[in-house]
Design a protein around this ligand. Structure first.
Ligand code: FAD
Length: 409
């Protein structure tokens, strides 16, 4: 058995965006004196080219730049230069614009960028390898924590001891369940249909969010004449839409997309992702921290899911780096308690905000529409409030960890 027992300082279960970024952040801060391992069966293959793309807030891009991962992402990332919000019925011929945001958080720095998830994952993997992070293509199957270390069993038969185990294993986190951490939340009964559209005319970096009765329909600009669609529908209807033959799916899409960008074509296979709210009651347990979707899953209405994950990453990396530089144990209860204090309130607030927005806008009721349109119209006339929302979307409000301010650890 001992032949299969290895050691690492930090073991990260899950090599998605959150897990890889955390590995890079810790290794970049602490260098060769600290060993960091990422274990994930998905590391056996290149990142999935599944057509998913995300809005990365300015703060996340500052962190990528600081960590040396941005250079590889930037050529394939599209800055979001402005955003329009409309509130209408699906068949309305004209969709009145209630809210517009344009803005940079600093000269030449847009509040967010759109990039394919595969591009960012590839860049983070490359950076992790260059820094000497150990990437292991195996899952974590179980673990036992004691006062000095935690011992994890991997699906390749290996066991590994670590001072800190971090669960970055996604919304259905097995590690969270194995630690007995419960979650609060609910399913929305909605799914987000995701696909990529090529269009005739340029989008000029404009993002659009149309609040339709079934839920938000977002058109998010990608590099070139392409946009990423996140289209919310009731789950059963979303499944039926995804199963339609291509021309019929395109008809349904065009009804919502409109003709502003000319002729459109769907360039990949639409896929539907069930949407829900799920927040862990605790973000830590003995020698364990939850990060990213393992700690919280929220509605994509505000494009903040992985951006919250990056706030976890930056906060935990800062707690761990400061502790280890002082020769302290990164898995000690006070280090983990600091991380939990830092992230829990912010997460609850964002969870409640996206939940409230989704309830308010996934609804065709006329009185409710009148009230929300009045609210949107008022925000649109208040530059200071709009400025606040832009800074919020950029991820630079509140107690921002150093990496997200663009400062090295
Ligand atoms: C329709 C939609 C649109 C979205 N748009 C945006 C957006 O615009 N902006 C934004 O910020 N967010 C967005 N999000 C949210 C974002 O996609 C997620 O927050 C993000 O992908 C979560 O990343 P993660 O690394 O925490 O988890 P995941 O991406 O789920 O990665 C988890 C990893 O863990 C691995 N794993 C699982 N079990 C184990 C185990 N036992 N051991 C080891 N490894 C394991 C898996 O193989 C996987 O690689 C959107 C979500 C949806 C559904």
């Amino acid at each position: 058995m001992t032949a299969h027992l290895s050691q690492t300082d930090i073991l990260i279960a899950g090599g998605g965006l959150a897990g890889l970024c955390l590995a890079v952040a810790i290794k970049d801060a602490l260098g060769s004196g600290t060993t960091v391992t990422v274990a994930d069966p998905a590391l056996a293959a290149p990142p999935a080219e599944d057509g998913r793309a995300s809005a990365f807030a300015a703060a996340a891009c500052r962190m990528f730049r600081t960590l040396g991962a941005w250079e590889q992402v930037e050529p394939e990332a599209q800055p979001i230069l402005d955003m329009v919000v409309t509130d209408s019925r699906t068949m309305d011929p004209v969709r009145p614009v209630f809210l517009t945001f344009a803005g940079e958080v600093a000269p030449g720095e847009p509040f967010a960028w759109m990039a394919p998830n595969a591009v960012v994952t590839r860049a983070l993997r490359a950076r992790a390898e260059a820094l000497g992070v150990t990437l292991t293509a195996a899952g974590v199957d179980g673990f036992t924590a004691d006062t000095a270390a935690t011992t994890a069993r991997l699906t390749n038969g290996q066991s590994m001891t670590a001072r800190l185990l971090v669960a970055c294993d996604g919304g259905r986190s097995r590690l969270r369940d194995m630690a007995g951490i419960r979650t609060v939340g609910w399913d929305y009964g909605q799914s987000g249909i995701v696909c990529t559209v090529a269009h005739e005319y340029e989008h000029h970096g404009r993002a659009e969010e149309h609040f339709l009765p079934a839920g938000p329909f977002a058109i998010l600009p990608l590099k070139g004449n392409r946009s990423s669609i996140v289209w919310t529908e009731q789950t059963e209807r979303a499944k039926r839409l995804c199963a339609l033959p291509k021309p019929l799916f395109l008809d349904e899409l065009e009804t919502r997309f409109g003709h502003r960008l000319g002729v459109i074509e769907v360039v990949d296979k639409p896929a539907a992702y069930p949407l829900g709210l799920k927040v862990a009651r605790d973000f830590v347990a003995a020698r364990l921290a939850l990060v990213g979707d393992a700690a919280h899953v929220i509605h994509p209405i505000a494009g903040q899911g992985i951006n919250m994950g990056f706030r976890d990453v930056a906060a935990l990396a800062e707690c761990v780096a400061e502790a280890m530089r002082l020769g302290l144990d990164p898995g000690a209860p006070d280090v983990l308690a600091r991380y939990q204090r830092w992230r829990r309130f912010d997460t609850a607030l964002m969870g409640a905000t996206t939940d409230g927005l989704n309830r308010l806008f996934s609804n065709g009721s006329t009185p409710l529409r009148t009230i929300r349109d009045l609210g949107l119209g008022l925000v649109d006339r208040m530059p200071a409030l709009k400025g606040f929302f832009v800074r919020q979307a950029a991820g630079i409000t509140g107690d921002v960890p150093r990496l997200l301010r663009g400062e090295a650890l």
